[in-house]
Write a protein that binds this ligand. Sequence first.
Ligand SMILES: COc1ccccc1COc1cc(C2=NN(C3CCCCCC3)C(=O)C2(C)C)ccc1OC
Ligand SMILES: [Zn+2]
Length: 373
Amino acid sequence: SMDTIPRFGTETPHEAKLAELMDNIDAWGLNIFDVHNYSQSHSLTSVMYTIFKKRNLIETFRISPQKLINYLVTLESHYLDVPYHCSIHAADVTQAIHVLLLIPSFENTFTDLEILAALFAAAIHDVDHPGVTNQYLINSDNELALMYNDTSVLENHSLAVAFKLLQNEDCDFIENLSDEQRKILRQISIDMVLATDMSKHGAIMQTIQSFHQSLKAKQCKDSNSNSSTNDSLVLTEQKERVQLLREMLHCADLSNPTKHLSIYTQWVDRIMDEFHYQGDRERSAGMPISPMCNRRTADIEMAQIGFIQAIVEPLWQMWAQLVYPHCQQMLDNIDSNRQWYEYQISNRSSRNNTSDKTTSQSHDSKEQDKLKG
Ligand SMILES: COc1ccccc1COc1cc(C2=NN(C3CCCCCC3)C(=O)C2(C)C)ccc1OC
Ligand SMILES: [Zn+2]
């Protein structure tokens, strides 16, 4: 008999709790760590399956639910158990791009196929990530660097692994797409995942500036012509729509500081664990230790303030301008989170001057509770 598919794609004794969490699938404040815990560590499968159902993609593309789940569970199992670049990060980025695609400005912008490709790209973008940077793979003569000639090594590898898994008959959930649709899905996914390579960040920032100016100019012209159009962006060229999707995935990938402090600090702990473990491997291999990867000298708060000021805030400010006022919550969270880290630093110095040494952890958590409000 057709064994029924569980409501969120995977069996869990906490289905009621998971249902409560999934009511927030469209919200920026979804707690992806709770989803991971209540889905028996299947956050990527349950988030993707819930989004596909909600967006009616299973009907639109005549997807076999069982093959979709087979693919998602297999993809999830090919994310490694590393602190940051694990399947929870993929689930987090996938849910983030789903929320960004819901912004009213994009109501009439993307085709169903482009939305399918964007969600697929987010889900696969870091699969089989070994928890070290491209530079480490290059410096350590890793076979992946050899395979991909030192160019976007991790990003090329994740794409290859993700598409390899699709060749499995039981996992080919896009079997009913036409050849043309499969070609477009593959083309958009490759473009978007390769754009998550941080070495491309500068180039993306360059194009965003000029691209958004041309879009705003276009938007004014359109709205003047017929006042009926709401603020939704209509882009005739697929190339332009893919440019937007590329930026959107990059924003989703760099969205940790745009989340509530209690979520953001968990991602900081995870990335520092991953970078420090890389630093340990570099130290024991006698390699130069990458910046911020040396657990003995790392200044976690300074690294976050630098990350926000140099990378995350400028990117999200440019993005928020295009979709104003729909991303103010992200900018507000970035600002309050940066202030919290600045407060930690200022507090650190005064704390060092006091005689009684309150343990930093309990002190911070008390501060954190105060800030939670
Ligand atoms: C430049 O920021 C940092 C440096 C060292 C320690 C910590 C930070 C700030 O914290 C984060 C950093 C990243 C990333 N940093 N980078 C790269 C790494 C190589 C250095 C040059 C460019 C940045 C990435 O590719 C990702 C996106 C994984 C992701 C989440 C973070 O915090 C939640
Ligand atoms: Zn990522």
